[in-house]
Write a protein that binds this ligand. Structure first.
Ligand SMILES: [Zn+2]
Length: 349
């Protein structure tokens, strides 16, 4: 007969039995399966209890794990910071839009510069997807949309900064502007020598009789009268069109302005030549498609013909006009024969 007992001073994990033959306690040998059963059962029960506990904790009581709660709190803080950042971006975009509007409507307009197209101002960064790295870490797209806004804002600021540089450059030439913009009639306004035969606007064409837009002003006068530049500038083109303007000169005055002098008999300037207001461009004539001797004069602003009558004052007297032309001619002589040059000329002679 064998006795099985647990000894309090021995390890509780081992079972001991008394050997009838030796009357000694010996460790009861257990099978491998029985040794594994207990921890496995313990593990299984623990697992079931843990799942049950988690289910009760999360689903029944609606509680969160501390780590989840912490992450949620951090996420809420992050979202709130992003919201503040986006609100600040709203403010910056608004301020920049006001600057852009003022730039286009006032500064660029004053100096005859074209508006910067909206697609240039608001262009983002095209090509490769530069925000791909944000896709995984940003499921709701908040970070990506903020990054795009920041990039666009940065680019818009750069465009605006460049525009201000251009305006600043032109503003240094503000004094030149007054002498460049067309401001006098292209011929001496002597009523005995000319008459306004056609003004700017719709009229019956003198050649084919159809109603067409006349994009200039016609000064009817005998061929051979001097025609003068109405503002400082550079001769952009000198050409002849048999079925059009005949001999014509176009002067680029800068600041968005150009003037055209057409149907000339003779041209006294060449392309690329710098010219001053009151300098002779050529002689009036009847070349090209013309129904009679006259000067066709146009003022072109940013590529569109506008009414030249707004750019001269016919109340100037012929004497005043002649004096102005003479002063221009004298000034030109002074430029070509500066005192130092004159001295050299004398030495040579
Ligand atoms: Zn005309």
């Amino acid at each position: 007969m064998k006795f099985c007992l647990y000894l309090p001073d021995m390890s509780i994990d081992k079972k001991y039995v008394i050997n009838q033959r030796t009357l000694l306690y010996e460790v009861k040998k257990r099978s491998r399966a029985s040794r594994l059963f207990k921890p496995m059962a313990f593990f299984a029960v623990s697992l079931v209890m843990a799942v049950a506990y988690f289910w009760i904790y999360a689903s029944v009581l609606g509680l969160e794990l501390p780590k989840t709660a912490l992450l949620k709190k951090k996420n809420a803080e992050w979202c709130s910071k992003m919201e503040v950042l986006n609100r600040q971006l709203d403010g910056y975009e608004e301020a920049l839009a006001a600057l852009q509007m003022r730039d286009d409507d006032i500064y660029r307009s004053i100096f005859g510069m074209n508006e910067i197209p909206a697609e240039v101002r608001n262009a983002g960064f095209g090509g490769v997807n530069r925000y791909a790295h944000l896709d995984g870490a940003d499921p709701d797209g908040l970070l990506k949309s903020t990054a795009i806004r920041l990039d666009v804002l940065t680019k818009r600021t750069c465009v605006q900064s460049r525009s201000f540089d251009e305006v600043a450059l032109l503003s240094k030439r503000a004094g030149d502007m007054a002498s460049c913009i067309p401001a006098i009639p292209p011929v001496n306004p002597d009523p005995a020598k000319f008459r306004l035969s056609s003004s700017f606007g719709y009229r019956k064409d003198p050649i084919h009789g159809r109603t067409t837009m006349h994009r200039g002003v016609d000064f009817a006068m005998k061929p051979g009268n001097p025609v003068y530049a109405t503002g400082d500038g550079v001769v952009e083109s000198v050409k002849f069109e048999f079925f059009g303007y005949g001999n014509q000169v176009v002067i680029d005055h800068g600041f968005g302005y150009k003037t055209r002098y057409a149907h000339l008999k003779a041209v006294g300037v060449v392309e690329g030549m710098k010219i001053k207001r009151g300098e002779c461009v050529g002689q009036s004539g009847n070349s090209g498609k013309s129904s009679g001797p006259h000067l066709h004069y146009e003022v072109i602003y940013k590529g569109n013909q506008i009414n030249p009558a707004n750019y001269y004052d016919l109340s100037i007297t012929p004497e005043e006009y002649a004096t102005m032309v003479q002063n221009t001619a004298d000034a030109s002589k002074n430029i070509t024969l500066h005192p130092s040059h004159q001295r050299r000329e004398r030495k040579r002679s």
